[in-house]
Design a protein around this ligand. Structure first.
Ligand code: NAG
Ligand code: NAG
Ligand code: NAG
Length: 128
């Protein structure tokens, strides 16, 4: 019993440390956007649950080449154990039909390969 409670509080302590500088919380996720050349120009945006983030006043607007959801490198993203996913739009107000949006739970390495290298203007992430 005693040992268990020490273990439990240790676990709790570890978890809160991780949460403190983690890219993912219940209400917000960090999305990492990269311009060409990949990983040279990196911008991170905070996305609140189910809220549109416009890139209108962001330097990276229209220059996103690759993106990662919830971590700044592939290793960190692959370790994610949450239910966040993001939709990226060719529109500042996150409006669009299916052919003007991209849905990713994790990331995309080369937007040019699907002809989206200059198109991302807004994003909305949802935790559910
Ligand atoms: C990946 O990102 C995590 C979290 O930011 C960091 O701790 C780790 O060192 C990074 N790994 C590499 C290979 O950059
Ligand atoms: C975004 O969508 C809204 C609503 O459909 C539209 O009025 C606006 O012109 C669009 N903006 C861009 C930049 O596509
Ligand atoms: C995030 O927003 C979605 C849609 O509004 C909602 O269904 C979900 O419960 C929310 N998640 C959290 C953790 O609040």
């Amino acid at each position: 019993m005693y040992i268990f409670s020490i273990f439990a509080s240790l676990l709790l302590a570890l978890c809160s440390v991780v949460a403190a500088d983690d890219a993912v919380t219940d209400g917000r996720i960090k999305v990492f956007l990269f311009a060409q050349p990949a990983f040279f120009s990196q911008v991170q945006v905070d996305a609140q649950n189910d809220t549109c983030v416009s890139l209108r006043n962001n330097l990276i607007d229209g220059r996103v080449q690759s993106l990662l959801v919830g971590g700044q490198n592939v290793t960190a993203v692959l370790k994610r154990m949450d239910y966040w996913w993001c939709v990226f739009y060719d529109n500042y107000s996150c409006a669009g039909s299916e052919d003007t949006m991209l849905v990713y739970p994790d990331g995309m390495n080369n937007l040019a390969s699907i002809d989206w290298q200059a198109k991302i203007h807004g994003l909305r992430c949802t935790n559910q």
